[in-house]
Design a protein around this ligand. Sequence first.
Ligand code: AMP
Ligand code: MG
Length: 356
Amino acid sequence: MTVGCQPKGLWIAVLLVMMSLLTSGCSKPQPEFSETVFTFGTLVEITIVGVDEATADLAYTAALDDLNYMHNTWHAWQENALARINNLLRTGGSFSLAPSILPLISKAKVLSEQSNGLFNPAIGELVNLWGFHSDERDDSPEPLHEDIQVLLDAAPSMQDVVIEGLNMHGTNDRIRLDFGGFAKGVAVDAVIEHLREFGIQNAIVNAGGDLRAIGQKDGRPWRIGIRNPDAEGVIASLEISGDESVFTSGDYERYFEIDGKRYHHIIDPRTGYPAMGTRSVTVLHNSGAVADAAATAMFVAGPDHWKTIANNMGISNVMLIGSDGRVQITTDMAKRLQFENGYAPAVTVIDTSKHQ
Ligand code: AMP
Ligand code: MG
């Protein structure tokens, strides 16, 4: 509540009530509840606005169950449902799937195809070879090129995952599914859907800076900060009201260094090495899953080719920061982003419709 909404006399009160109906800035603060849990390798904060505490508590319990279930099922390096699927896929034999798992795999296939295979959740073996299938990477050196080449020759892709009704089989014995490139997006979408079932219309689910927000906060849009890849703090902010997700892929999220060279966790399926040329990609889209997969794919595509992928995947809000610090943003994103004081990068605004 702003000070201007607290009247001293009756006529002032009437005037101010009328004004508050006209301006969202003076709307009454609604109850707000927030809960944080560590999952998906990050802190996930769920904020719910505008319902009573009992409803918020029920919704949290459901959301935490969702997150734990998804994290345990899809974790890429634990003995879980995904590990069993990976073992069966490599045998080539047909096996049946739990109906709850099928939509995720189907979605991954579609997004992978739209990204021209740059978002490729079938390259788990490569991710593992680079040492990113462990909570703490040890000091082992860069993998041998011969080992990378074996996997490049096998070229596992989502096309090697064949779905027939409720059955599935693999056609490549080097497939290893790793949904790390879009699992957070899928999870955030599922939680938002579940919150809505509780009648919640205003909420934000923030998984370490990757988030989806619905509705508003006290009649005002949610204000979102985008992290500076080079330093602490944010480089830009934007407003969300309605239903939108913001996902960023960055080379600072998981990496190790050997002799001053940074090796990060986003692998170019064409070379088998960490993708070159990009520091970070931020994507805005309704669906968290699509935004997450697209950010990973455009990170791999790099500063010269991301526009084609944006078009293929139906994304119009993108910011890409290149390894040289050059910032490219789409015309739609330019209308939304506000760069922070003190951060005034040279920005190239790109009309992606010219890159069909
Ligand atoms: P993100 O931070 O969303 O870009 O996802 C990075 C994670 O996705 C990595 O830690 C890997 O588990 C996985 N990954 C790496 N490279 C790719 C790729 N080209 N396509 C799909 N997933 C990938
Ligand atoms: Mg991603």
